[in-house]
Write a protein of this length. Sequence first.
Length: 73
Amino acid sequence: MVRIDWDEFKEYKKLSVRNDNFEILLEFVKSYYNIVLPQDIYDMLRADDTAQLMLDKRTINDAVALESYLYKL
């Protein structure tokens, strides 16, 4: 499993026009790691404590809920 590089995320965040860290994180994962499948993104986020907190805050409990969230962006 690939781990989130938070230092790279911080650099990526500087260039983002979004204000929500979770939305920026989703863009970062899709862009930096070239991961587009909601299941793969969800698995990656679940493996990281900080990202897990972001999922919990938005009550995203599975890949289907994450996919719904992604379509709202």
